[in-house]
Design a binder for this molecule. Structure first.
Ligand code: PLP
Length: 369
């Protein structure tokens, strides 16, 4: 059988940039802690997205955790976040002993519905922070969301784990709110094997996050701690991979767009297929190409025929308010995220795919019709 085709898997540069930076770390014996790759990766990523400061961390989840802490979220505080997301968005709210309230999506963006957000503010005027997600590389409607949050004077954190390379009206996602986070996990558009980044305009809060991420060690010769610490910093080897990957980010976005347009051209005429939303203010990274199916052919039919050919595809995220662990928390909205979950499929979007691979996938899918 042909080699497995993945949804989205690591893709190192043809030029070997990653190995050059990693080799530098080895040659200087600067494997850990920290070091030049970490400092430069922070600087380069901040420059790429247009943010003032960045802290390189061990994961996107760690970055969300420290963003919540920096925003002052603590015990019993309420945090609004979308229900349609990966659980890693929500888990850090629980780490802080805070309370998530789940907000529905809208069909226009698949992301946080501004109207449902307004309703949530009416119900919970004392919310401590709003956590917005840019799902699958599509940006949320940031103008509307920022207006609502400013009106209520509540800090905004953007989970841009899936949207590195995505712009909203020319501005990079993750730079609208008080804090933005990125992930370099293995399935993301660029990867360091695992890692994350916290960005902000507030350099002081970023240095504070670095302090928390290295066990909150006070300035003293002995080990002195006046705050709870975390072991969340990125290693100098991992940051070397990140610096190399950042050099090919634009190339990866270009290929992801090519994949999306290929599918759209070939499949959009089929009965009952709809592609994820194209909004003219949105310049997505097309991390995953997603469709919804509203006809006789169901998502499971598509996923099964692909799996038989050793090709990976996935349902759209199962909403958090439908998850056994989170179902006791409140949900504000209607049934949009539920519908997206029921009808959605993420098509294979691996940047290593050839045209032949794409043609094969399209043939397999078309046969269902
Ligand atoms: C991947 C992901 C995260 C978590 O990032 P890690 O680096 O894996 O911890 C958070 N939120 C979303 C939406 C993600 O897709």
């Amino acid at each position: 059988m042909a080699e497995r085709i993945y949804l989205s898997s690591p893709h190192m540069s043809d030029e070997g940039y990653e190995q050059q930076y990693v080799k530098e770390a080895f040659d200087t014996n600067w494997i850990a802690p920290l070091g030049q790759n970490v400092n430069e990766f922070e600087r380069e990523l901040a420059a790429k997205v247009g943010s003032k400061a960045a802290a390189a961390l061990s994961s996107g989840t760690a970055a969300i955790h420290l963003a919540l802490k920096a925003a002052g979220v603590g015990e019993e505080d309420i945090v609004f976040c979308p229900t349609l997301t990966f659980s890693a968005t929500v888990n850090p709210i629980i780490y802080q002993n805070a309370i998530p309230v789940f907000i529905d999506s809208d069909f226009k963006t698949w992301n946080m519905c501004p109207q449902a957000l307004e309703e949530a503010f009416e119900k919970y005027p004392n919310v401590k922070a709003v956590l917005v997600v840019h799902l699958y590389g599509l940006s949320a409607d940031m103008d509307k969301i920022m207006d609502i949050c400013k009106k209520h004077n509540v800090p905004v954190i953007e989970d841009a784990a899936e949207s590195l390379g995505t712009y909203y009206k020319g501005k990079h996602t993750g730079t609208f709110g008080d804090y933005g986070i990125f992930s370099f996990n293995g399935n993301k558009i660029i990867t360091t094997s695992g890692g994350g980044m916290l960005v902000s305009e507030d350099e002081e809060r970023i240095s504070k996050a670095r302090f928390w991420a290295t066990q909150s060690r006070d300035q003293a010769r002995h080990y002195q701690h006046s705050e709870l610490g975390f072991n969340y910093r990125m290693s100098n080897v991992v940051a070397g991979i990140g610096r190399g990957q950042l050099k090919v980010l634009d190339q990866r976005v270009e290929k992801k767009r090519y994949i999306y347009e290929f599918y759209k051209r070939e499949l959009s005429k089929l009965d009952g297929i709809n592609f994820m939303p194209d909004n003219d203010w949105n310049d997505p990274n097309y991390w995953l190409s997603c469709i919804t199916l509203n006809g006789k052919i169901r998502p499971l039919d598509v996923m099964e025929v692909l799996e038989k050919e050793n090709i990976e595809s996935r349902p759209v995220w199962k909403p958090m308010h439908m998850q056994p662990f989170f179902e006791s928390y409140d949900f504000v909205g209607r049934d949009v995220s539920e519908k997206l979950f029921e009808n959605g499929v993420c098509l294979p979007s691996d940047t290593k795919m050839s045209d032949r691979d794409l043609e094969r996938i399209i043939e397999i899918i078309k046969k269902l019709w």
